[in-house]
Write a protein that binds this ligand. Sequence first.
Ligand code: SAH
Ligand code: SF4
Ligand code: F3S
Length: 446
Amino acid sequence: MPAMKTFLVRTFGCQMNKHDSERVSGMLLSAGLTLVEEPADADAVIFMTCCVRENADVRLLGQVASLKSIKAARPGQLIAVGGCIGQRDGAALLDELRHVDVVFGTHNIARLPALLDSAREARRPVAETLNAGDGSTFDLPLEREHPWHAWVPITVGCDNFCSYCIVPHVRGRERSRAFEEIVSECERLVTDGVVSVTLLGQNVNSYGRDLYGQPRFAEVLRAVASTGLGRVSFATSHPKDLSDATIAAMAETSQVARYLHLPVQSGSDQVLAAMNRRYTKEHYLGLVERLYTAIPGIALSTDIIVGYPGETDADFAETMEVVARARFDQAFTFIFSPRAETPAASLPDTVPREVAQERFDALVDAVQRSVVSKNAALLGSVQDVLFEGVSKRDETMLAGRTSGNKVVHVALPEGADESEFAGRFFRVHIDEAQTWFLGGYIVSGA
Ligand code: SAH
Ligand code: SF4
Ligand code: F3S
């Protein structure tokens, strides 16, 4: 059979998967393959999958099924499924999806090239998923989406076992990366021209807990910010572990983004306890007030689940109260989706679908009002914007992000090229506030 020459990676799910996809691309590019855009041109199509909610599962099945006819027209094409569904289902996926050739998990990304070769040579599908902690994948080559931005994992896995969540089951126990390794990677990135990094972990605030004597997250933040980067972001923070030291590091370090993603999940203490979140509504709101006081102008985003088993109207009213009091700049809202293997999946007291939908709609409205008023408050201000290039929808507009993670659109100056702006900071005067973006004009380079 001829050698593989081309490949394509389709990515679902969170930033951890995006980062893993950069490593998959990096490995295959260094093995001599070329990245293509259309499945019909690819000798290997790799799906990096997510199973955090049911609709993510369903989407994968649809996408893989739609490749059947393409594969029939391109004999020898290989389809690989990795990421969290690969880890969860392993070899069982090969029975379910007959035209899949390789299944691999979250702990053995480095094995993908060898697995593709073995499926091709033996003309037989292969599945390999290791257990948590068996494989280390921090030091693979990678191909970054933007040359000026990098994802830098500082922890992998999760020890929190929120009762609804599949992540600890598919990503394994929390493991922190060595402090020196993180800092030296960031120093290298700066030399390579990276200006912005996002530190990644399911709960970055618990960094170092498994490394006796290691610095904690606040020190990581300060050290990374002093490597010469222009912007340092991080995700995700767990409210039970967000420390005053971290808030102080954010407040005192200008390179750290004025933005925090702090998932609340619910405003009801009963629901939070049932979810195993280990904080109360008042603890959460106390953190929010401390953040607004210590870091004026900070933007806050959150995740909220409605329809958790047993959630009453009164519980939901508490969630609505949190939305009103916390004044979020953005919120990712979800209807509870039972995931096999998690304790919440077997709870009897389910909320009827229509009730969950009504709560969801009311929540989305409340979030929208909050976002609109937070964006309007920025009218007339000047923001540091890191441009990404021209907008996907309109090539005459540049798109970038503020330190508060808000999308900003600015007209591309006549005769200018996007490459003069991508990956660079400019000061932008904001004169338009929409729900999903801000508009403005450049006042000066930052
Ligand atoms: N480690 C991160 C991200 C977890 S997944 C964190 O703790 O915030 C992202 C979000 O998906 C979660 O915050 C939660 O709001 C949502 N989520 C996870 N499992 C879910 C489920 N079973 N049903 C609905 N939403 C879920
Ligand atoms: Fe899931 Fe909770 Fe871990 Fe986040 S902290 S990944 S919600 S178990
Ligand atoms: Fe999804 Fe896995 Fe991330 S389940 S949210 S891709 S850790």
